[in-house]
Write a protein that binds this ligand. Structure first.
Ligand code: HEC
Ligand code: CU
Length: 378
């Protein structure tokens, strides 16, 4: 195998267009790339100039002033004011010019234009998840060409780095913080997003495809991606339990609940439905449909023995109970929970059969309107 293949691929990605890449930078495909490249090469050529000048002088002086004999006349020059001023002031001006240009561009990258299209980015060992304003959740980043995109980034575990070389955009994703950056893609094509902070074993596989497409194509794509009830490949409705598994992953239940029996941050879902749950306070609860539903809607109400209270987020109410969902998401996740349990029965199953459901047809939902519901405490 050609060891340089990944490098060649990065430089000459056949699917991207634009000016030929240089040795240092892949083809540029965003609105800021030209300015970033300019600053990069400004610093690069100045550094190269001084490297050659200094190394050249070192070599020259070594030869010119080498020790010729053991007895030598030595000049008594101690300093040279014009020379010292020159080598202080010129580098100072050059360094400040780098700082000013770099800082200006840094501030520009830090300030998304008003009305930019927001995409939420979740980084996790070792995958990227992208959430669009209409609720679509995907593992590849799609963006429309010519539209400023604001990325709002969060990490579930350690520091990751959000880096799209072709767009010249890089920002760390830090746990406990919300970091933002923005870019505007200028050329349709396929690019790569890579993690640029060493984040553990799977770091080298933590990359995601970036697809830049026309605004019409993107609008179609994001509408289809928001519909978790439809198989994106065959366009056919999926069985509810399969939809439930997608919800389990994209809503992050997977981060705290295992399905294999191991205890995580929360109780495992293996044989949970239909079992008797010991609560920290109060009588044992039978895990039927109603109990599971209550646990999802109002996680603060039950405190399962052995688990910290108030850990499970109470933000799922709106996702599962909004009027736009008609409880289909709730039915899907509870079907999925049922599928993990040998104890499941009529009392634990949702009141709808586990068969494919028709697409979510609500135009309001597809268009991105996501009505907010205030939870009613029972
Ligand atoms: C940040 C961690 C976390 C996430 C994310 C999370 N849960 Fe939980 N969950 C918990 C904890 C902790 C408990 C135990 C509740 C308690 O003691 O208050 C729990 C309890 C439950 C229970 C009751 C289980 C039992 O054995 O009694 C259900 C059902 C449940 N969660 C469903 C979900 C669903 C559905 C999602 C995703 C949409 C989810 N959880 C996401 C932490 C989490
Ligand atoms: Cu990473």
């Amino acid at each position: 195998m050609n060891v340089l293949q990944p490098l060649q691929h990065l430089l000459n990605n056949p699917q991207s267009t634009g000016a030929l890449a240089s040795l240092w930078l892949p083809r540029a495909a965003s609105s800021i790339a030209a300015r970033v490249d300019w600053i990069f090469y400004y610093i690069y050529w100045i550094s190269l100039f001084f490297l050659l000048l200094i190394v050249g002088l070192i070599v020259f002086f070594c030869i010119r002033y080498r020790q010729r004999s053991y007895v030598q006349e030595v000049s008594t020059v101690t300093h040279n004011t014009p020379l010292e001023i020159a080598w202080t002031v010129i580098p100072f001006i050059l360094a400040m010019s780098m700082f000013v240009m770099g800082f200006k561009e840094y501030m520009n990258m830090d300030t998304p234009p008003v009305g930019a299209y927001n995409i939420n980015v979740q980084a996790k060992q070792w995958a990227w998840t992208f959430t669009y304003p209409n609720g679509a959740v995907t593992g590849s980043l799609h963006v429309p060409v010519g539209v400023p995109i604001k990325v709002t980034m969060r990490s579930s575990d350690v520091i990751h780095g959000f880096y799209i070389a072709a767009f010249r955009v890089q920002r760390d994703v830090v746990p406990g913080r919300v970091n933002i950056t923005w870019f505007e893609a200028t050329k349709p094509g396929h690019y790569w997003l890579a993690c640029t902070q060493y984040c553990g074993n799977g770091h080298s596989s933590m990359h995601a495809p970036v697809v830049v497409e026309s605004q019409e194509k993107f609008a179609k794509w994001v509408k289809a991606a928001a519909n978790i009830f439809i198989d994106p490949k065959t366009k056919k409705p999926l069985p509810l339990a399969v939809v439930g598994k997608r919800i389990y992953q994209i809503q992050g239940c997977v981060g705290c609940h295992t399905t294999k029996g191991a205890t995580g941050v929360g109780p495992t879902w293996k044989n949970m439905a239909g079992s008797h749950i010991a609560l920290a306070n109060g009588p044992t609860q039978y895990a039927n449909y109603k109990y599971i539903k209550e646990c999802i809607f109002f996680p603060g109400k039950q405190d399962v023995k052995g688990f910290a209270p108030d850990v499970m987020p109470d933000s799922f109410y709106n996702y599962f109970n909004g009027p736009h969902t008609k409880h289909r998401r709730l039915h899907a996740i509870i079907w999925y929970i049922n599928m993990q349990s040998k104890l499941r029965n009529k009392a634990t199953e949702p009141p709808v059969p586990n068969i494919p459901v028709a697409a979510e047809k609500r135009a309001s939902f597809a268009a991105g309107a996501h009505p907010v519901v205030t939870p009613k405490k029972p």
